[in-house]
Write a protein that binds this ligand. Sequence first.
Ligand SMILES: *Cc1c(COP(=O)(O)O)cnc(C)c1O
Length: 487
Amino acid sequence: MSTIFEKSKPGRRGVDLPTRDIPQEFYEATELGAEYSRSKPAELPEVSELDVVRHFTNLSTKNFSVDKGMYPLGSCTMKYNPKFTEDLARLPGMAGLHPLLPQLRRGGLLAQGALGVLYETEVLLKEVTGMDAFTMQPMAGAHGELTGIMLIAAYHRDKGNKKSIILVPDSAHGTNPASAALAGFEVVTVPSSDEGVMKPDTFKEYLTDDVAGVMMTNPNTVGLFNPYIKEIADLAHAKDALLYYDGANLNAIMGYAKPADLGFDIVHLNLHKTMGTPHGGGGPGSGPVGVVEKLEEFLPVSRIKQRQDGTLFLDYDQPKSIGYIAPFYGNFGVTLKAYAYMLALGGEGLKKASEHAVLNTNYLRVKLAENWDIPFNKICKHEVVLSSSDKVEEYGVSTLDVAKGLIDAGFHPPTVYFPLVIKEALMIEPTETEPLENLDAFVEAMTKIAEAAKNDPESLHNAPVTTPVGRLDEVGAARKPNVVLPE
Ligand SMILES: *Cc1c(COP(=O)(O)O)cnc(C)c1O
């Protein structure tokens, strides 16, 4: 496909500007001097309206997106993105909200609606997670993790505890150890058992007096729920270590189990995954953090508080707070969409979302197991991880080849080579909204790929062949990016 510049034809116009009605003398008097003027006209594409509309409409369909097809990415999957919440976020009173609207004195009423959205979202999230208090400030999952780990540090500092280690199971999401390290802790990895989860016996070996906290993704990145969680929590608490829950993908247990009941002290949620808000292209996100009562005083400023008369305000007077994590209202538009999503679904609806996410995944697991190796082939939650080790060894087809083959079949490829606990991993999360016929079509595509691996491996080495560009040098693109247009 040619660029808009290549489509340019001298003299072609896409707009009709009205004739100038400024008097000539005035125009001359205000004309910029030569030093501020271009010596030759800007090289803009000369195209008609039709050229422009067709060009950008075509371009918009070149990329794969959740609005175009199934996107079973795994872990960081963008789930359901209802369109009505987009309309709400664009309401002038919401989109035009000024962060400096006064909350305390005169004019405070102008911000009450927005503060109400934040306040009530906290109430809903407390209900979903069982936590005692929330902050809506963090702007992404990893940002929530950092906030949570800073809360752990503040808690121990306040008690005079000298603890420097955060334990992270090897099946945790990659951001977990990164966040703990960024907050200044030493990260120690705890291996999973052959059941795919961290077991209490192993955990005990690592649980020294130096352990400040434990970060768990549960279900973990293999999609498995750790059934020993209560025992692990009791062990941790006996040593005054805090338990952190990575709830980015709460659609695995929402409505069925609350992190607080499982023994967790801190939880972050990704509203941009579980609660129906989009997160394409790296943002915008929202990673609210919930805590049990003993940690509430450390939450970041500002906190949304209610006065006697029912009005709301942002409270910055929190002496033990870890301080600022984000300014003003956090990513307000994201919170607003999640709020509307939760109200629309209600408690029963959220429970159903989890039910369908888990059901869809297990349907895929059973069907895919006919042609694919699944190292932990048992009931899983929101995602399942296949291994293409056998295809690699027997047919010389790489995991990347499989992923690229899926593109030709019309699917976004899943996350590959992660989690590290499974060799040649393909991590698949269908999400709660894919209907049966799409799941079946995905299974059929994967079956055809398994057959091609055996009978025509060359076809997979060359995939994708149906896209505007074929196999790209991804390492080169990451290491030596060239972001300048060719001359
Ligand atoms: C996506 C994800 C994160 C990180 O969230 P970001 O918003 O991308 O920072 C953390 N943990 C898990 C399990 C995730 O899936």
